[in-house]
Ligand binder design. Structure first.
Ligand SMILES: [Zn+2]
Length: 158
């Protein structure tokens, strides 16, 4: 099995310790457009990853700043699960992926860019996308592309 190769992620992870503010706490306090927020639930919210493994790479995080997965309360854990499942439905409608990887990166060594605020990744997958990864590296930080994707997903979510 080939793994997704995303070199910009490494750069991001290496610089993550230098970032002062928590990106999840910041994003939840911003307008949807600025925070790349796709959907806001009661205890958790869904946002696009600015440093994606693939186009449409979403994350679900609790509003509460919590770094310990086991410390999530039941309402948070259940809503994160349901939002992640719904995210796969919304991605299917908008981007027609052929599969998904859902997961939690806990700890820097496991690839977590932010260790102090737990979050679940939803990564849509297409056949051959590992070959496409280096190409995506060039579009990853184009704000217009991210905002267009965010808008499409947010509209499909309603
Ligand atoms: Zn936070």
């Amino acid at each position: 099995m080939r793994q997704l190769w995303a070199p910009w992620r490494l750069e991001y992870i290496q610089s993550a310790d230098q970032q002062e503010a928590c990106i999840f706490c910041s994003a939840s306090g911003l307008e949807d457009e600025a925070g790349l927020v796709v959907h806001r639930g009661e205890h958790a919210f869904v946002l696009l990853n600015r440093y994606p493994y693939a186009s449409g790479h979403l994350m679900v995080a609790p509003y509460r700043h919590e770094g310990d997965l086991g410390a999530l309360v039941a309402d948070e854990a259940v809503e994160i699960h349901r939002l992640a499942a719904r995210a796969t439905d919304v991605l299917r409608k908008v981007m027609a992926p052929q599969g998904y990887n859902l997961g939690w990166n806990l700890g820097r060594i496991a690839g977590a860019g932010v260790v102090e605020h737990v979050h679940q990744h939803i990564v849509p997958r297409w056949a051959g996308d590992t070959n496409f990864m280096p190409v995506l590296a060039d579009v990853k930080v184009m704000p217009e592309a991210l905002e267009a994707t965010r808008r499409k997903l947010a509209e499909a979510w309603r």
